[in-house]
Write a protein that binds this ligand. Structure first.
Ligand code: C2E
Ligand code: MG
Ligand code: MG
Length: 597
């Protein structure tokens, strides 16, 4: 703090004494020092002077007729405008009691007459310096207080902003997941308190949004999200909440809903609203949305569960053709739970190797003899018994579990073929068909795995026939053609499974090195010796022949079908007519029996 040097010319001193001589002496002494001096000859005058303009200091005689010094001091201290003025008492009475009284009525200091000049000046200067210091402290305090207030205000603003940021999506400004969940929680509480109170949670997901992001870029994608948010908001009440959960996912909370129709109306309005194109910069963009609706019910205690069920219903909506809504029901929940259980069971099954292979013969139709087998996986579920691949392969595919399962199948099937060769059951050209799923087909280390298995079992690659579907090729044609060339260079045979059910495009065939077409059994089913029904099978067999491919007809169940296929000179066949898929031992026995058809 800077030193408080007094500038006398700025200090106004009031001298109060009923004796003019005293006043004169003091006045001239102080004026000499440069102080401004006023004078009062009585207590009453002193009060008037002090109130009219507050002096910086009062030198106050005690003994005066009328108001004496003590009374004047008391009056000054009682008045807020004059209370801060320091008072130095002047008295000839050098009595201890008087001094005490002087301080008790608010006096700041005490000078006894006759004065010592230097003492007067020092005491005056001290009081003025004290007063100045006090004033400075008050000013500083005031500034400090102002600063604290300003900082508090800024902090409050920052806090509000932080809270706003923590609860809102920065792109659209909509409430985010956290705020949405909080509001749903509030609604759950209300529905538990008020009988019959209902609300609805909806989950909205844009169809094909990724395509727009990928083709037009993220900036346009972001603009589109903002535009979607605005448009959706137009179809909502003030009391409703529209939140962005992330990506192209939005959630809607409709409180106080009378009935489900009210919610479906909102959902339909939103779907309709999104049908109109969005004009973004130079692009006209079309987008659809699928909506899942979860109505409240007493069972819900957690907001996540409502959102989860709305999400499940949204997926159902997407699967049933997009741009529509679906209402969640119990059966969907059960199906979702069952799927989850299946997935968990399947994970465990992989660890415990609960799988087994069955083998179905593939018959050379000209010779009527077994030419090889197709390996078909089964799951020996500890509770559910034998589970067919149709009910677990899709889940395995979706979860990626198909990769370890598929590897196991490949190892097991090759090992079995090796055993049959060692037992002299399988001839050198005996084939083993192994199914490859789409996911396996795109595994980067597939070829390495196959090489290792063939090597380990000392198999001729020509004996291995990999069965893939058209989808595996068409999902990523460039990758497929590279992979197929690698397989071809090893002379591993490649079969297109369920041919005719996928892309049904014969045109792509010649660009891929395929060895075998397995005609789907839905085509074989129609064969009853009636020439008109032969249609596609004839075409497929002819095309395969001109392209040097072999044909295997799947699902042969009747003699009629067999004769018909023989007539058409179809090379190979597979089906219940010959044999159902058999466990390894029974299949081995079948080879040994060397049946003829
Ligand atoms: P797929 O590869 O087309 O196998 C032929 C399916 O048709 C087998 O069903 C077989 O039992 C059945 N089948 C054979 N002959 C007849 C018949 O005369 N009539 C009828 N109605 N059906 C017949 P499965 O074993 O239930 O396998 C179903 C599908 O599961 C297979 O179709 C294949 O796509 C898949 N799959 C089986 N094992 C594996 C595997 O190890 N890996 C992969 N990725 N998929 C597999
Ligand atoms: Mg197959
Ligand atoms: Mg098939």
């Amino acid at each position: 703090m800077k030193e408080n040097r007094i500038n006398p010319s700025e200090s106004d001193i009031l001298i109060v004494d009923d004796k003019p001589d005293n006043i004169r002496i003091l006045s001239s002494l102080l004026k000499e020092q440069g102080y401004k001096v006023r004078q009062a000859l009585s207590g009453e005058m002193a009060m008037m002077a002090a109130r009219a303009a507050q002096p910086d200091l009062i030198l106050l005689d005690i003994m005066m007729p009328g108001l004496d010094g003590y009374q004047v001091c008391q009056l000054l201290k009682q008045d807020a405008t004059t209370a801060a003025i320091p008072v130095i008492f002047l008295s000839a009475l050098d009595d201890i009691l008087d001094k005490v009284k002087a301080f008790s009525v608010g006096g700041a200091d005490y000078i006894t007459k006759p004065f010592h000049v230097l003492e007067v000046l020092v005491r005056v200067e001290n009081q003025l310096a004290l007063k100045a210091a006090n004033q400075q402290i008050r000013q500083l305090n005031h500034q400090l207080e102002e600063r604290v207030q300003e900082r508090t205000r800024q902090l409050e603003i920052a806090n509000t902003k932080l809270l706003e940021m923590a609860l809102h999506d920065p792109l659209t400004g909509l409430p985010n997941r956290a705020l949405f969940m909080e509001r749903v929680l509030g609604e759950i509480a209300r529905s538990h308190q008020e009988d019959g109170y209902q609300f609805v949670v909806m989950f909205l997901d844009c169809d094909r949004f990724k395509v727009i992001n990928d083709s037009l870029g993220h900036i346009v994608g972001d603009q589109l999200l903002v535009a979607i948010a605005r448009r959706l908001q137009e179809h909502m009440d003030k009391k409703d909440t529209l939140a962005r959960l992330g990506g192209d996912e939005f959630a809607i909370l409709l409180p106080a809903v009378e009935n489900i129709h009210q919610a479906t109306r909102v959902a339909q309005n939103m779907i309709d609203a999104l049908c109109y194109p969005f004009q973004l910069e130079r692009h006209e963009v079309f987008i659809n949305a699928s909506i899942g609706i979860a109505p409240s019910c007493a069972d819900y205690s957690k907001p996540e569960h409502l959102l989860r069920d709305a999400d499940t219903a949204m997926y159902r909506a997407k699967n049933s053709g997009r741009a529509c809504y679906h209402i969640f029901d119990r059966a969907m929940h059960d199906a979702a739970v069952a799927l989850l259980e299946l997935e968990n069971d399947l994970r465990r099954a992989v660890e415990r190797e609960e799988f087994i292979l069955h083998y179905q013969p593939i018959v050379d139709l000209a010779l009527g003899r077994i030419s090889g087998f197709e390996a078909l996986v089964r799951w020996q579920h500890p509770q559910r018994g034998m589970v067919s691949p149709a009910s677990f392969i899709p889940v395995a595919e979706e979860t990626g579990l198909i990769v370890p399962i598929g590897n196991w199948v490949m190892r097991q099937a090759c090992h079995q073929l090796r055993l049959w060769q060692e037992q002299k059951l399988a001839t050198v050209d005996f084939g083993m068909g192994v199914n490859l799923s789409v996911r396996q087909f795109s595994q980067p280390n597939l070829i390495a795995e196959i090489d290792e298995v063939l090597q380990k079992n000392q198999l001729n690659p020509q004996n291995l026939k990999l069965e893939i579907t058209e989808t595996a090729i068409m999902d990523n044609p460039r990758h497929a053609s590279q992979l197929l060339l690698q397989l071809r260079s090893r002379q591993i045979q490649l079969a297109i499974d369920d041919f005719g059910t996928g892309y049904s495009s014969l045109s792509y065939l010649h660009s891929f090195p395929v060895d075998i077409l397995k005609v789907d059994r839905s085509f074989v089913k129609g064969l009853q010796g009636n020439q008109e029904n032969l249609g596609l099978v004839v075409a497929i067999i002819n095309i395969a022949r001109t392209m040097g491919m072999t044909v295997v007809a799947e699902g042969i169940e009747t003699e009629d079908q067999l004769w018909c296929l023989r007539d058409l000179e179809c090379g190979f066949g597979q089906g219940y007519l010959f044999s159902k898929p058999l466990d390894a031992q029974t299949a081995g026995a079948l080879i040994a029996a060397n049946p003829r058809w």
